[in-house]
Design a protein around this ligand. Structure first.
Ligand code: HEM
Length: 456
């Protein structure tokens, strides 16, 4: 996709059969796509018949909050969003820290680790405790991780010509996905059943999902809809976070000076404590900057689609109703017209006046305002952004306080652009202990004030 942007500019029309499809890499156009109301833009399509691009995630997620639109979506938003907000963080932080400490204990043995595998298990454990209120069991982690990896691949299949017909054939891949789909549902049903009986931090969110009623008819949502909500939160909250953490550690492994700065900061902020708390978050300036830079270079959600419900001028182009707008954080985050040294890992670009410029582009006026959108923006922005950022920061703080990661393979990990941006399977990093320096030797000052790398 970045190639199309390079060759044809920020607005690329694809000559495909069916509805018009446009890759929109222009920040003003991205703003229109993300911030316009439902009278202009939808995630489905006007007549309800979804485009192939909208159908990508439907295979895995059904009618959950990520894929629904209209009234159903508004009801889901009211149901789910409050359960993920900052006021729940004290409860959730405890889970983040405990699960990160479990990985840290394994890493303390040192050696070479499949870090993505470890982080996927961690993120799965976190989401099952915080959203389902129940602990996931070891065998279930393996089943879900393998099944979701298959689902991730499968979700891009509808883009292939003739995919509809291919799905009807009993090909080994099709059978594999159907089996994976069944397994996801079986594990989810177990999690839901256990969560119903439990009283963990996520039980009330699960309870709200399971007991929700249609506000107009008063009819309960039913098990199929409840499962769609559950699988959505599982996928939205686990794949994305695991990938974000992986890419951040992979980048820090290849930039040891940045990793040293992050570790020094974590040690300064935590002092003698080995477990971070939400109160530590504001002090983790370099850590947050490294995470934001990882979101920029390897956005876990690399493709977002919206559909115009009426003819509209987008970035100076008159587009007809029904046009599918493809927005790619991957493409825009690496646009040389919008970023200095776009391919370089430069966490400093996020630091100014000793603090992280938290999504600075959200409040900026002007042409760069939507050059950074790892969590989307506007009415359909990620409901779990605060949750995800807190989970990532507290996990990084736990893991990197007394441990270092370094590359094993000469070539950096390569991303697989499926539903989320996973690395190729089997990516390895070396984990080693970093003993604390004697107290007097820990001379770490405030973060330097540096200039953010935006071209004027
Ligand atoms: C680094 C981690 C994450 C990233 C990068 C991320 C990114 C995104 C993006 C880009 C969207 C919009 C997708 C679209 O419009 O097509 C989204 C939506 C959503 N995310 Fe996240 N997400 C992350 C973590 C989470 C977590 C941890 C949860 C829940 C626990 C979550 C729950 C949701 C939900 C429910 C939506 C749908 C919101 C709506 O349509 O109203 N996400 N996420």
């Amino acid at each position: 996709m970045a190639g199309y942007r390079e060759q044809f500019g920020p607005v690329v029309r694809f000559a495909l059969p069916g509805r018009p499809v446009v890759l929109m890499a222009d920040p003003a156009g991205i703003r229109t796509a993300l911030h316009s109301g439902p009278d202009t833009v939808t995630k489905g399509c006007p007549a309800g018949a979804r485009s192939v691009y909208d159908r990508l995630p439907l295979r895995l997620l059904g009618q959950g909050m990520l894929t629904s639109s209209g009234e159903l979506h508004q009801r889901q938003q009211r149901l789910v969003a409050p359960g993920l907000g900052p006021h729940r963080m004290a409860e959730f932080a405890h889970v983040f820290a405990e699960e990160a400490a479990a990985v840290a204990a394994v890493w303390d043995r040192g050696g070479i680790r499949d870090v993505h595998h470890d982080l996927a298990a961690l993120a799965l454990a976190v989401i099952s405790r915080t959203v389902f209120g129940s602990r996931i069991r070891p065998g279930e982690v393996e089943i879900l991780d393998a099944a979701l990896a298959a689902g991730n691949q499968w979700s891009v299949r509808p883009l292939l010509p003739g995919a509809g017909a291919l799905d009807l054939l009993p090909l080994p891949r099709t059978r594999g996905w159907l089996r994976a789909h069944r397994e996801i549902h079986e594990v989810l049903d177990l999690l839901i059943a256990r969560g119903r009986r439990g009283s963990g931090p996520g039980s009330d969110l699960l309870d709200r999902i399971l007991t929700a009623r249609d506000p107009l008819t008063g009819v309960p949502v039913g098990p199929a809809q409840a499962r769609d909500e559950a699988v959505t939160l599982l996928v939205a909250g686990h794949e994305t976070t695991a990938n974000a953490l992986f890419w951040c550690l992979e980048l820090l492994a290849r930039h040891p000076a940045a990793q040293d700065r992050v570790r020094a900061e974590i040690r300064r902020v935590l002092g003698e404590r080995i477990s971070p708390t939400p109160a530590d978050l504001p002090g983790l300036v370099h850590t947050r900057a490294a995470l934001y830079e990882a979101f920029r270079l390897y956005p876990p959600v690399w493709l977002i689609s919206r559909t115009l419900v009426r003819p509209c001028a987008v970035a100076g182009h008159r587009l007809p109703a029904g046009t599918v707008l493809l927005l790619s954080p991957w493409v825009t985050h690496r646009d040389p017209g919008l970023w200095l040294e776009p391919a370089a890992f430069r966490p400093e670009r996020w630091i100014g006046a000793g603090r992280t410029l938290a999504d600075r582009t959200a409040s900026d006026a002007g042409r760069h305002e939507r050059r950074y959108f790892p969590f989307a923006a506007g009415p359909r922005r990620c409901a779990g952004q605060f949750f995800a950022e807190s989970e990532c920061l507290l996990t990084l703080a736990t893991l990197l306080r007394d441990r270092a990661v370094s590359p094993v393979d000469r070539r950096p990990a390569t991303p697989v652009p499926a539903f989320t941006l996973r690395p190729h399977a089997g990516t390895r990093l070396r984990v080693s202990a970093v003993p604390s320096l004697p107290a007097g030797a820990r001379a770490v000052g405030r973060p330097a004030v540096e200039i953010e790398g935006v071209q004027p």
